[in-house]
Design a binder for this molecule. Structure first.
Ligand code: TXA
Ligand code: MG
Length: 317
């Protein structure tokens, strides 16, 4: 069921049930993050492997020090600058955090999301919310309540509708367990923005091979069911596959080959607009009649880096 009933969401979460929540990045599938039984329902509903750890969502930094053992100075700087916002920090976990949340890792992922409804929800609860993106494991992340309903509607008690996610890409993840910050996932906060805050350019360590310790980084992830081809030359691709019905996920000013169905992420070439449309358009093309989706890499700067990362992982290998 989809709705805006905050008190129902509060009751369900207090009773250990699952509720899908809106955030500025993507919709999350939330449960009481301090209760292992509630958290285990998330893994079951998503069909998510237990080695894939979850992010804990807080309304502020007020109770953060109950969840983490230490916080280096640069992590405090990042938290102060970007929260609430699309940034997740990996920090040494406290005793309070159940092992199922971190998949046995000594680090816990935490973030303060920037969505008014979810912040209000978090304020009303006495525990943080564990929440992965509210999609079946491996599929495209949801950026609207209807996306969640379409795929997980029968598995969860309630979907809190906060409108379309403003940013449309998952949070940037920064490992703050060492002397220096290390970016582990590209997302809603750009490397440039991180650098401006830190005063230096952080290391980026994003494995592109299959890495079971961080499944969000698996080569094949965020993927539609139709094959998606990432190509340089759309014209040449269409000529080589002339018998096929082709769907084109385009960007900026471009000419669409004849007979091809096109959805343009941002005709003006705006990367922020493109990010906000990416997952919605990938879903729309996936449910369109057509044989395959084709896309070109976007400019590799700003949010373009994170968009290209998602396109690469969505692409047919
Ligand atoms: O924007 C977001 O981050 C969204 C919204 C709902 O907050 N959440 C999200 O969660 O994208 P999820 O579970 O789909 O991706 C979180 C990723 C995991 O796949 C894993 O790679 C990493 O975060 N992660 C979480 N906890 C970790 C930990 N303790 N150590 C290393 N990586 C961790
Ligand atoms: Mg996910």
């Amino acid at each position: 069921m989809i709705g805006k009933d905050l008190s129902l969401a509060i009751r369900l979460l207090n009773a250990g049930e699952l509720v899908a929540i809106p955030t500025e990045t993507v919709y999350g599938l939330a449960a009481n993050g301090l209760d292992p039984l509630s958290v285990s329902k998330i893994f079951a509903a998503k069909n998510r492997p237990h080695f894939d750890p979850l992010i804990l969502h807080l309304d502020s930094t007020e109770h953060l020090l109950e969840l983490v053992d230490e916080m280096p100075h640069y992590a405090e700087q990042l938290a102060e600058h970007f929260w609430p916002g699309p940034l997740t920090l990996l920090l040494p976990k406290s005793q309070l955090v159940p092992d199922i949340v971190t998949a046995g890792s000594p680090l816990v992922a935490v973030r303060v999301p920037n969505h008014p409804l979810t912040l209000e929800l978090l304020k009303a609860l006495s525990f943080p919310l564990a929440a992965p993106s509210a999609n079946p494991f491996g599929y495209i992340s949801p950026t609207r309540a209807e996306h969640v309903e379409a795929q997980l509607g029968d598995k969860i008690s309630y979907i809190l509708d906060g409108g379309p996610s403003e940013i449309g890409l998952e949070s940037t993840i920064v490992d703050c367990s060492g002397d220096e910050p290390v970016v582990k996932r590209l997302g809603g906060i750009t490397i440039d923005a991180l650098s401006n805050c830190l005063g230096f350019v952080p290391k980026v360590d994003i494995q592109s091979h299959s890495n079971p310790s961080s499944p969000g980084l698996l080569d094949q992830h965020y993927a539609p069911r139709k094959p998606l081809y990432l190509v340089e030359d759309i014209e040449a691709f269409c000529q080589a596959h002339s018998g096929k019905s082709i769907l084109y996920l385009s960007f900026g000013a471009n000419t669409c080959p004849e007979g091809v169905y096109e959805m343009n992420l941002s005709p003006e070439g705006d990367l922020i607009e493109a990010a906000s449309h990416l997952f919605h358009y990938m879903r729309a093309l996936d449910s369109h009649s057509g044989d395959c989706i084709v896309a070109k890499r976007l400019p590799d700067n700003g949010l373009g880096k994170a968009i290209n990362d998602r396109l690469y992982r969505a692409a047919h290998k």
